[in-house]
Design a protein around this ligand. Structure first.
Ligand code: ADP
Length: 509
């Protein structure tokens, strides 16, 4: 024979036409079985299920061979009649569902007899739209897209029993329309639909930015496995085979919804993080611009104050009393402090924004030059600076010099009165970093302040030792911008060791 049945052109279509009514029989029999406690009805339904499942297996096993199908045709017809007969015994069950089993059995007989393919039971219903986000159903809102009315009904009833809120569409276009107006947590789409097929619906959902995050689960008849693989590749979340296994349906749907929830959560967090990063970046830039502009513009008036105070002192100084001269001295001291503060702020601002130039740095040579430049300060304090062997490396020479200068200045400033400063600088290589240490024999820092001293304007000393509390934040900014870190080890009364690291991936020697 072949497959000369009305409207059926090939074996695959024949198998589909046979399996569809059998899936309906299985689906409705399972639903009735869940609802009944009557032992006679249970036995009947189990017989129906067994007949339908056996028939399904025969159809699947016959593969694409016409001959194999022909040999089973009579048997299948007997099974279809038996299903129809058994359904007739279900007097007390839900008559609508029993009718559907009988209609499915007749459809099966029609296909087997080659009279005509099963009549289409699907009429595209008017989409009933869901409100956007009012009552949240317990498990989620699901859209079922299937051209077969019985399959839609079965699926929606399974979903309802598992606590989902569902809507259905009989074709792809109505489904997309519903999705654009309503809100759904997941969509179940039949692969094999006339007109816009499942894959096209999937593509349309994936390419619409407003819908693309909705998980799509494909529904397929057994032998559509290639199409299933295709759809997974094109972005489907998962797939379900007809007839539906309710436990599997629930597990897969739950897993998909859980994954979607995690993805949504991550997306929200990323968006928020991105927003905060941009805001922080902008506010940092504003702050830096403000600090730079303010300190830069303050320099001129401070210079004017200092100059006029000097002029005043020179011109009228000899006529003034010692009290009046002292007052001018106070004003000059304040102007000097303001000048130093402005310089430090400018330096901090530059340390944050200046381009870092990586170059070959001979650290020993850099230290020697620095000590030479600081000679007046060092010798006034009677300081002795020694060092271990320092490396030649690739790094930010200007930054490194600034850090060492600040640390040496502090080692001198915060010395103990009874002992001249002794400062030792060394470097050791470990784990891809050079760790520099600057050890002094000064006053030391109480451990509870070892982190705070790196905060802007944090000072542990009063005005008797001049300072702005910006020197260490400058060091930290420079070191961190180069990919290192800075910290202090200290014992109050015995001295401090400031340590900082410099990445040594591109060492010269
Ligand atoms: P400044 O020296 O201008 O006050 P810094 O940021 O350089 O600002 O230092 C912050 C504070 O840390 C200092 O005021 C001082 O109290 C403490 N400090 C820094 N270096 C040392 C040191 N070598 N020994 C003891 N205390 C120090």
């Amino acid at each position: 024979m072949s497959v000369r049945l009305a409207g059926i052109e090939n074996m695959s279509q024949l198998r589909h036409s046979l399996r569809t009514p059998l899936n309906h029989v299985i689906g409705y029999a399972e639903i009735l079985l869940e609802d009944t406690t009557d032992p006679d009805a249970v036995a009947t339904l189990e017989r129906i299920l067994s007949l339908a499942r056996t028939a399904c297996e025969v159809i699947t096993a016959s593969g694409s061979q016409e001959f194999a199908f022909e040999t089973h045709r009579e048997n299948l017809m007997t099974q279809a009649r038996a299903i129809h007969f058994e359904a007739g015994k279900l007097h007390r069950a839900n008559p609508r569902d029993v009718d559907r089993i009988r209609i499915a059995a007749i459809d099966l007989l029609r296909v087997l007899a080659g009279t005509s393919p099963p009549e289409s039971k699907s009429e595209a219903p008017q989409p009933k739209l869901l409100p956007r986000a009012d009552v949240k159903p317990v498990e989620g809102r699901i859209l079922v897209v299937d051209d077969d009315e019985f399959d839609r009904d079965l699926l929606r009833r399974h979903l309802h029993r598992q606590g989902y809120f569902s809507e259905s569409a009989a074709d792809g276009q109505s489904a997309l329309k519903m999705m654009r107006i309503g809100y759904f947590d997941a969509v179940l789409v039949d692969l094999d639909m006339p007109g816009m097929d499942g894959l096209s619906v999937l593509d349309a959902i994936r390419s619409d930015p407003g819908l693309s995050s909705t998980p799509v689960l494909m529904i397929s008849a057994d032998d559509d496995l290639k199409a299933v693989a295709d759809s997974i590749q094109r972005g489907a979340e998962d797939y379900l085979l007809k007839p539906f296994d309710t436990v599997l349906l629930d597990a897969r749907l739950r897993a998909s919804l859980e994954r979607k929830k995690l993805r949504d959560h991550e997306r929200t967090r990323n968006a928020e993080l991105e927003r905060l990063t941009v805001a922080l970046q902008r506010s940092n830039e504003d702050l830096q611009r403000f600090a730079y502009a303010a300190s830069h513009d303050l320099q001129a008036p401070v210079r004017t104050i200092t100059t006029y105070l000097q002029l005043l002192q020179r011109r009228v100084g000899p006529k003034l009393t010692s009290d009046e001269l002292e007052m001018i001295g106070f004003a000059q001291g304040a102007a000097k402090r303001m000048h130093d503060l402005i310089q430090d702020l400018l330096c901090y601002s530059r340390a944050s924004t200046a381009q870092i130039a990586i170059e070959r740095v001979d650290c020993q040579q850099l230290l020697n030059t620095l000590v030479g430049d600081m000679e007046v300060v060092l010798s006034e304090a009677g300081a002795r600076v020694t060092s271990g062997k320092l490396p030649v490396l690739s790094g930010d020479a200007t930054g490194l010099r600034q850090v060492l200068q600040n640390l040496l200045t502090n080692a001198v400033k915060y010395r103990r009165p009874e002992e001249p400063p002794k400062i030792h600088i060394s470097a050791a290589r470990e784990d891809g970093y050079w760790t520099f240490s600057v050890r002094d024999n000064g006053q030391g820092i109480p451990p509870e302040y070892s982190k705070q001293i790196f905060l802007m304007f944090k000072r542990l000393h009063g005005d008797d030792i001049p300072g702005s509390g910006i020197g260490l934040p400058i060091c930290q900014r420079i070191v961190e911008r180069c990919g290192g870190r800075i910290w202090v080890d200290s014992e109050p009364g015995a001295g401090s060791t400031f340590l900082f690291t410099v990445p040594c991936a591109e060492d010269v020697e």
